[in-house]
Design a protein around this ligand. Structure first.
Ligand code: FRU
Length: 320
């Protein structure tokens, strides 16, 4: 085998050299053709913040999916939870002429216009996770927050056997998932004797959730369950209850990152969590289709999984 290799190698080198030389003298038209094939596409990714593990994961998922395609270059910008900064990032991406924009917007209303302007300037836009208003974007990718909220409500009715006092710690009310997770939950508990005795906007942030929960604990002796619109929120509430020495409260969150919510369920910190996939890989797959000139759906709805202590070791349960 080795002998055979040594004998054939010089020939192979010669072959490559001939091919290269041949390539150099090829006509311009075939060069243009191969250039088009190798074209590098630049994607601008506008992330609303990287202070939350879920968003770090989204960027990682985008990076990993893009790394499989050498002709994709992704430029990331982190708006640090500042809407005006995110608006400026969108404008910068448009003026630097990116081939496509991915945005996971902080807030719906103020980011609708810059995205519409990007689209009007000819930049295809994929909106990830938090929706915008209207339809001036190319494709929206995200899980169905209303459905998750409803399933959360139905689960609460089940575990509290139709009756109990709930604290709801809501996601940022100027972002769409914060509304949808609430509306869905109300549908899920409709007709039961579940009462929301305290509700507050914790803006998706664990420290805010902890503070709000301290107020709830000070006001109410009987709290049966906390519904956090995300796992950091539910975890902040858990820490507040623990510090106050209050027991017998159940905690429910959303996100189910393996290293966060799912780990909390395994450790008995949270009673349940619903997966909220980042959509990073789907965003790259959709970008590639757009670059190939294929039409993509206006909306791609991602699935979800449910985790509690009964199913966490088996990887949770798919929600239909
Ligand atoms: C992260 C996050 C997630 C949540 C999502 C909603 O910023 O708060 O925890 O599921 O955003 O958009």
């Amino acid at each position: 085998m080795k002998k055979h290799l040594t004998r054939t190698l010089p020939l192979a080198v010669l072959g490559v050299t001939v091919m290269l030389l041949g390539g150099c003298s090829k006509s311009t038209s075939s060069e243009t053709k191969s250039d088009a094939k190798e074209r590098v596409y630049t994607i601008g990714m506008s992330q609303c913040n990287l202070g939350e593990p879920w968003r770090v994961q989204m960027n990682e998922d985008i990076k990993a999916a893009a790394a499989k395609h050498p002709n994709l270059k992704v430029v990331f910008k982190d708006a640090q939870n500042d809407t005006l900064k995110q608006r400026a990032h969108v404008e910068e991406f448009v003026s630097s002429k990116v081939d496509l924009l991915i945005i996971s917007p902080k807030e719906a209303q103020p980011l609708t216009e810059p995205v519409a302007l990007a689209l009007a300037a000819g930049v295809p836009v994929i909106v990830l996770d938090r929706a915008l208003l209207g339809d001036k974007f190319t494709c929206f990718i995200g899980a169905n927050n209303k459905q998750i909220g409803k399933a959360a409500g139905e689960w609460v009715v089940k575990v509290l056997v139709g009756k109990g006092n709930v604290v709801e710690l809501m996601g940022l009310q100027t972002s769409t998932p914060g509304h949808d997770r609430h509306d869905g939950f109300m549908e899920g508990i409709a007709g039961s004797e579940i009462k929301i005795i305290f509700s507050a906007d914790m803006k998706w942030l664990e420290p805010d959730a902890r503070k709000e929960m301290e107020s709830a604990l000070a006001r109410f002796n009987q709290i049966d369950l906390v519904y956090g619109h995300n796992d950091p929120g539910a975890h902040g509430a858990y820490l507040a209850a623990k510090a106050a020495g209050r027991t017998g409260i159940k905690f429910l969150g959303i996100d189910a990152l393996p290293q966060e919510g799912v780990a909390y369920v395994s450790q008995g910190i949270l009673d349940a969590t619903f997966q909220y996939p980042t959509g990073g890989a789907e965003a790259i797959a959709t970008a590639l289709k757009i670059f190939n000139g294929e039409t993509v759906p206006k909306e791609i709805v991602l699935g979800t999984r449910f985790f509690d202590k009964g199913n966490v070791a088996q990887g949770g349960l798919e929600l239909k």
